[in-house]
Design a protein around this ligand. Structure first.
Ligand SMILES: Nc1nc2c(c(=O)[nH]1)N[C@H]1C(S)=C(S)[C@@H](COP(=O)(O)OP(=O)(O)OC[C@H]3O[C@@H](n4cnc5c(=O)[nH]c(N)nc54)[C@H](O)[C@@H]3O)O[C@H]1N2
Ligand SMILES: Nc1nc2c(c(=O)[nH]1)N[C@H]1C(S)=C(S)[C@@H](COP(=O)(O)OP(=O)(O)OC[C@H]3O[C@@H](n4cnc5c(=O)[nH]c(N)nc54)[C@H](O)[C@@H]3O)O[C@H]1N2
Ligand code: SF4
Ligand SMILES: [Mo]
Length: 764
């Protein structure tokens, strides 16, 4: 495009904002919110400009580079693919398939091409040593959905635009723009909630940007949410307020849940949680007594020592009070490409703990081991030790606990490839970096976040710019690597049928598949029928996928249930192209019981693994609270995990990588705003400036993650000039929630003291 306005979805966070990008002479002149996007209605946040900054960043890698004795050298794509396939294949032959490891980072889920190409790629790698950001993030939500509703990505989403009370625990949507709740323009929507007489309640160890807008705010001591939530369940039963409404006949094990909550009277948990017993009762009564209300939880309650239990209890509380499937409560979406239904038809609902990791015996979740044990699997000798590693769109050195140890582990590998366009803290350890195109050079459809949106919407955007010469998309990189790996494994030649399959897949790319998925989906033009013309190509591609891949659901789709039959029809890629601002498919509707995927068709309120973990919660209750400092994380609207810090426009202004601490703690430790503080946990230390604030609970300190860009050998000059310190250099990788394997990123104990440069230190 040379001149004009291009409409697309911003892919940076989960909010799916529509952006309008003005282009003149092939250059971006302006990025604004798209007023006509039915979901975001003109909203964007300051990060949207990073779409341009990323695209134009002179330090973004544009050709593959290879580590040599003379430093990094460019290498052709063909040589790069060959080198990667040859080395990975050789290591696999010598040490077995599990000697390969792979880590998938967060941007993959914002990239439909990468998502579609990922399964054949993982199959070609063939290793069980798979890791991703999931276990540093939303795993407890997926586990609760799997255990209770029978499907790992069937998540209940707050019906925010129709609720009268939103209780928000462990989430800061005003900064994060919502997570597992795709909600652009949360501020306007929270204002609308208040205007219709509704109420926002926030429970957090910090009075966050969301907390500051709350009508009712409660501090909670980090890691004690499961106690609070148990006490709320206890209150509902004790006060006879359990009224699940229409879903009641679907419930299983209500009585077990009541028994589990018996010991957790509000008085029993008050000292631990920091909430008064009356406040706890008040929360339970408010949820039960308001017809349209929703309890919503996110990172603060999932990535902590009781993340599994806390997230399960949030689901339970919504169910017990009749909020599940109800207007203004929490509901299941009905996206245009229904990965839930497709997965279920293919028998791919998710699985948990079908095997355990080699070194620490931690459970797999949907084929992935916890990220907190990645370094163990590289550093511990023996059969199955990881010797070669691939990262795809991930920066685990900054995003996974104990980043320094992970770096040591990466240094010990025989070979490492990073699919990434930055030479950053993780990819600097690679032997080969394969840089993909940027978002503006590829098409976009939100396969994942459409599943989590507060309205059903669909939107497709074509690329704004053609890929620069000799660039590859992520999906092309993944498919090419997969094809070459499979070819080597087969001894240099694949059977004709699969060779044709690979060629068809690489030629078509993901968009024709999108079209097919849209057409055969719930709002499609031809639900239940594949177009005969494309059928042979589809069959070839399906042959490349494992037996239980969701795309196989394609072949089986029919207008699955009565709810599908009632939906508007006509979606296809062409139809979406005709609507560049996106299509609104309506507000969230009742979907039960059709949308349950448990074998018995019921909702499991008290799965055994949760009940077993309640014993551990009981030991927390039985131990008196300690007064050591606990560290929690933080997000800021101008930052996104670890990777937007090379944008000058985003990092300018005051330092955001600070240690927030309460005035009482600061006074006790002799710290003032601006002082450098040393924060320690065992042998791990970081130093960062202090920010004294009454907005944080006494006994708690807060540090944002994703900083620490001061490592040598990276090529991100702006980020390095605003380096900050990495929270994950401080956090222990030994701390996981034993129930789910999720990393404990919130609530680890730390000590804090004034930091003195070495020469000022007194001899001990
Ligand atoms: N202590 C602490 N740690 C945390 C969190 C926390 O709250 N506290 N949050 C956790 C959460 S929720 C998440 S999701 C993770 C994120 O963890 P990661 O996904 O590991 O890290 P990111 O910072 O998102 O890094 C993304 C990487 O992908 C690259 N990249 C960006 N776009 C693309 C693309 O289109 N293609 C390719 N190939 N590469 C791309 C970037 O250059 C960067 O290297 O961090 C987790 N870590
Ligand atoms: N601007 C911006 N937006 C983002 C991102 C980003 O990095 N920057 N990242 C994106 C990603 S990958 C994700 S997963 C989402 C995350 O979205 P959110 O979960 O909304 O984001 P956080 O800011 O991590 O919110 C976690 C909250 O939990 C609180 N908390 C910490 N410990 C506890 C605890 O023990 N109990 C309770 N009740 N609360 C606790 C923290 O103070 C914080 O307010 O955001 C997405 N959006
Ligand atoms: S909130 Fe900001 S980063 Fe997230 S989608 Fe919207 S514009 Fe992009
Ligand atoms: Mo995340």
């Amino acid at each position: 495009m040379n001149n004009g306005t291009h409409y697309r979805t911003c892919h940076l966070c989960e909010a799916m904002c529509g952006v309008a990008i003005d282009v003149r002479d092939g250059r971006i002149t302006r990025i604004r919110g798209d007023e006509q996007d039915p979901l975001s209605r003109g909203h964007i946040c300051p990060k949207a400009v990073a779409l341009q900054d990323l695209h134009q960043d002179p330090e973004r890698l544009r050709t593959p580079i290879r580590r040599t004795d003379k430093g990094w050298q460019p290498i052709t794509w063909d040589d790069a693919f060959d080198l990667a396939a040859q080395r990975l294949d050789a290591i696999r032959r010598q040490h077995g398939r599990n000697s390969l490891g792979v880590y998938l980072g967060n941007p993959n889920v914002h990239n439909h091409g990468a998502m579609i190409a990922m399964t054949p790629f993982l199959r070609a790698l063939g290793t069980r040593n798979r890791f991703s950001a999931t276990s540093n993030d939303q795993l407890p939500h997926m586990l609760a959905s799997l255990e209770m509703f029978g499907h790992q990505i069937l998540l209940p989403i707050p019906d925010l635009d129709h609720t009268d009370v939103l209780i928000c625990i462990g989430a800061n949507p005003v900064a994060s723009n919502g997570s597992l709740m795709t909600v652009p323009d949360i501020r306007r929507r929270l204002n609308a909630l208040r205007e219709r007489g509704g109420k926002l309640v926030v429970i957090d160890p910090r009075r966050t940007e969301t907390g500051q807008r709350a009508d009712e705010f409660h501090f909670i001591r980090p890691g004690t949410d499961a106690l609070l939530l148990m006490a709320m369940v206890h209150t509902l039963f004790a006060e006879n307020r359990v009224e699940p409404g229409p879903v009641e006949p679907l419930l299983r094990d209500l009585e077990l849940l009541r028994l589990a909550a018996l010991p957790y009277a509000p008085e029993a948990v008050a000292a631990h949680t920091g909430l008064a017993a009356d406040s706890i009762r008040g929360l339970a009564r408010q949820l039960a007594g308001t017809r349209k209300a929703a309890l919503y939880s996110r990172m603060g309650t999932s990535t902590q020592a009781f993340g599994g239990l806390a997230t399960w209890l949030v689901y339970c509380l919504n169910i017990l009070t009749g909020k599940l499937d109800a207007v203004g409560g929490v509901r299941f979406t009905q996206p245009a490409i229904d990965l839930v239904a497709l997965g279920a038809l293919a028998g791919q609902n998710g699985h948990f703990d079908t095997r355990r990791s080699r070194v620490r015996g931690l459970p797999e979740f949907s084929g992935e081991y916890p990220a907190s044990t990645m370094a163990d699997e590289m550093l511990t000798p023996g059969d199955g030790q990881i010797r070669a590693f691939v990262t795809v769109a991930g920066n685990p050195v900054l995003s996974s606990p104990n980043g320094r140890r992970l770096e040591q582990a990466l240094e010990g590998l025989e070979f490492m490839v990073s699919v990434d366009y930055y030479l950053n803290e993780t990819s600097r350890h690679a032997d080969l970096i394969l840089p993909p195109t940027t978002a503006l050079e590829r098409s976009h459809y939100d396969l994942i976040f459409s599943l989590f949106a507060i309205r059903n919407v669909a939107k497709f955007s074509d690329p704004l710019f053609p890929p620069a010469p000799d660039q590859r998309h992520d999906w092309q990189i993944l498919l090419e690597l997969a094809h070459r790996l499979e070819t080597r494994r087969a001894g240099g030649r694949l059977p004709l049928r699969s060779e044709l399959g690979w060629r068809a897949f690489k030629r078509l790319g993901p968009d024709p598949l999108l079209d097919l998925l849209l057409r055969t989906g719930p709002y499609g033009t031809a639900p239940g029928r594949l177009r005969p013309l494309v059928q042979p190509a589809v069959d070839l591609i399906l042959d490349l996928l494992p037996e239980r891949h969701p795309l196989h659901g394609l072949a089986m789709l029919s207008p699955v249930n009565r709810r599908w039959q009632a939906l508007p029809k006509g979606l296809s890629l062409t139809a979406l192209r005709d609507h560049p601002h996106g299509v609104d498919l309506g507000s969230l509707q009742a979907t039960l019981p059709e949308r349950l995927f448990t074998r018995d068709g019921r909702i499991h309120l008290a799965p055994r693994r949760y009940l077993r973990d309640v014993e551990r919660l009981y030991s927390l209750l039985a131990t008196p609270p300690t007064d050591d400092l606990r560290v929690i994380g933080r997000r800021h609207v101008r930052s996104n995990n670890s990777w937007l810090h090379n944008s000058r426009r985003l990092v300018k202004g005051k330092d955001r990588c600070t240690l927030m601490i309460h005035p009482q703690d600061a006074a006790r430790l002799g710290l003032q705003t601006g002082d450098p503080a040393q924060v320690s946990s065992g042998e791990r230390h970081i130093v960062l400036p202090v920010e004294v604030t009454g907005d944080i609970m006494p006994g708690v300190v807060s540090i944002p993650h994703g900083w620490g860009h001061n490592r040598p050998g990276t090529e991100q000059t702006v980020a390095a000039a605003h380096a900050g310190a990495s929270l994950n250099d401080l956090l222990s990788d030994e701390a996981v929630d034993p129930l789910s394997g999720t990393s404990v990123l919130n609530g680890q104990p730390v000590t804090v003291k004034v930091w003195l440069p070495a020469r000022q230190r007194q001899p001990a």
